[in-house]
Design a protein around this ligand. Structure first.
Ligand code: PMP
Length: 391
C-alpha cells in the first residue's frame, strides 16, 4: 500500500456521483414496470399507433444482411440528414446544422451538457416532461420553474419574464407539449425570443411531437422565430412519428457554431446512432411520405380518448397537439393522482399516468392524470367500455 495514499474505507462516501443523486425518482418508470396482466395501458407514450411501417422493417433487415453493421459517420447518415433537412422549416444545412442522435433523449442530454455549466439556471415551463429535469441535473444545472394553471396551462408572461436573469443559461421549450398537448403561442415564442436575446440564453426546443398538430393549428418551430433561430437547439425524433421508439433515432438541429459543440459531446457520449437503422430510415422513410398523414388518424384517436374520459367523469378538453390528454380527476376523487391511478387500474383495468412527476412540487400534479392516445382504435374503445361500463 502506498503510505501517501491511505486506504479509505468503502463506506466513507456515498455510491456514485452527486449528479446521479440529483436525478428525479423515475415515478413513471416505476408505474410502468408495475403494469401487467389484463391492463389497457394508456400510461406510457410508447406507440401502439400508428403501426410501424412494414417498409421500414424490410429495409432494416436488408441493411443488416447487406453489411451495414459498422460505425457510421457520427454526424449521421448523409442521406438521412438530407431528408430530415427537407422536412424541416427553413431547410437547415445537413452538413453543418443537423446531427443524428440515439433518440431525442440523447439529443436532450447532449444539448444541456453542451450548453450548461454547473450552477447555471435552466428555465422549465410546468408541467414538464420528466426527463427535462433529469437532463438539467446531469449537466449540473439549477432548474428554475415557471408555473402554469390548468386547464389552459399558459405560462404567465410576467412570471416567464421574471424567470430570466444573469444566471440563466438555457430555457427548455416543448411544443406540442408532453403532458398537456399545448402549443406555444406566437406571442409566447416572441416573448421568449426577446428574453433569450436580452440575457444571451439558448433555447433547447423539444419538437418531437411536431408531426401531431390538429384542427388546423400549425406547429411553429423555434428555428422559425426571428431572434430565436440562431440561439435555438431543436430536438426531433422518429420514435412517435414513425412508431420506432425502440430504434432510438432522433436528431439535433442548430446553427453551425452550436452544431460543432453538440457533435463534440455526441462523439464523447454515444458516438452515433445505429447505422443500419439510420440506413433503413433514409432509404424507406421518404417514400412513406406519399399519403402518410399520421396526424389525421391520431386526431380520431384523440377524440376517442376525450370522449371516453369525459363520459367517465374526468374533466378535459381536446389538446391541439401531441399524443396525451391531461385530465382532471377532481370530479371523481379526493385522492392524490398516484393512489387514484392505482385504484383505477385495479377497478377498471385501465392504467393512466399520475401527473405528479411533471411538476416541481409533485402535489401540484395530484388533481391530474395523463392519458396517452397513440393507440389502436380498438384499445381506446375498450378503455371507453371499461371506464364507463358502457359498450
Ligand atoms: N421528448 C419528449 C417531450 C418526449 O415525450 C419523449 C418521449 N416520451 C422524448 C423526448 C424522448 O424521445 P426519444 O424516444 O426520441 O428518445
Amino acid at each position: 500500500m502506498n503510505p501517501s495514499h491511505p486506504r479509505t474505507t468503502p463506506t466513507s462516501r456515498p455510491l456514485g456521483a452527486e449528479r446521479v443523486r440529483r436525478l428525479p425518482g423515475g415515478g413513471l418508470v416505476g408505474l410502468l414496470k408495475a403494469a401487467g396482466g389484463d391492463v389497457v395501458n394508456l400510461a406510457a407514450g410508447t406507440p401502439g399507433w400508428p403501426a410501424t411501417p412494414p417498409e421500414l422493417i424490410k429495409h432494416a433487415v436488408h441493411a443488416l444482411h447487406e453489411g451495414v453493421n459498422q460505425y457510421e459517420n457520427p454526424d449521421g447518415n448523409a442521406l438521412l440528414r438530407e431528408w430530415i433537412a427537407c422536412s424541416l422549416p427553413g431547410r437547415p444545412d445537413p452538413a453543418t446544422e443537423l446531427t443524428v442522435t440515439a433518440g431525442a433523449s440523447e439529443a436532450l442530454a447532449v444539448a444541456l451538457l453542451a450548453a450548461v455549466d454547473p450552477g447555471d439556471e435552466v428555465i422549465l415551463l410546468e408541467p414538464f416532461y420528466e426527463n427535462f429535469l433529469s437532463a438539467v441535473a446531469l449537466a449540473g444545472g439549477v432548474p428554475r420553474f415557471v408555473p402554469a394553471q390548468g386547464p389552459d396551462w399558459a405560462p404567465d408572461p410576467a412570471a416567464l419574464t421574471a424567470a430570466f436573469g444573469p444566471r440563466t443559461r438555457a430555457i427548455v421549450l416543448n411544443s406540442p407539449a408532453n403532458p398537456t398537448g399545448r402549443l406555444l403561442t406566437d406571442e409566447e415564442l416572441d416573448l421568449i425570443a426577446e428574453q433569450c436575446a436580452t440575457w444571451d440564453v439558448v433555447a433547447v426546443s423539444d419538437e418531437v411531437y411536431a408531426p401531431y398538430v390538429y384542427d388546423g393549428a400549425r406547429h411553429r418551430s423555434a428555428a422559425e422565430v426571428p431572434g430565436l433561430a440562431e440561439r435555438s437547439i431543436v430536438l426531433g425524433s422518429f420514435s412517435k412519428s414513425h412508431s420506432v421508439s425502440g430504434w432510438r433515432l432522433g436528431y439535433l438541429r442548430a446553427a453551425e457554431p452550436w452544431t460543432r459543440l453538440l457533435r463534440q459531446v455526441h462523439i464523447a457520449t454515444t458516438g452515433g446512432a445505429a447505422a443500419p437503422l439510420q440506413h433503413a430510415m433514409a432509404h424507406a422513410g421518404p417514400a412513406l411520405h406519399d399519403g402518410w398523414d399520421p396526424a389525421e388518424s391520431m386526431r380520431t384517436m384523440r377524440d376517442h380518448a376525450v370522449r371516453a374520459l369525459t363520459e367517465a367523469g374526468f374533466s378535459c378538453s381536446a389538446p391541439r397537439g401531441g399524443i396525451y390528454v391531461m385530465a382532471g380527476i377532481a370530479g371523481l376523487t379526493d385522492e392524490p393522482s398516484p393512489r387514484f391511478a392505482r385504484e383505477l387500474a385495479e377497478r377498471t383495468g385501465v392504467l393512466v399516468a399520475p401527473a405528479t412527476p411533471f411538476f416541481a412540487d409533485p402535489r401540484h400534479g395530484d388533481p391530474y392524470v395523463r392519458v396517452a392516445f397513440n393507440r389502436p382504435e380498438a384499445t381506446l374503445l375498450e378503455a371507453h367500455r371499461r371506464l364507463t361500463g358502457r359498450p
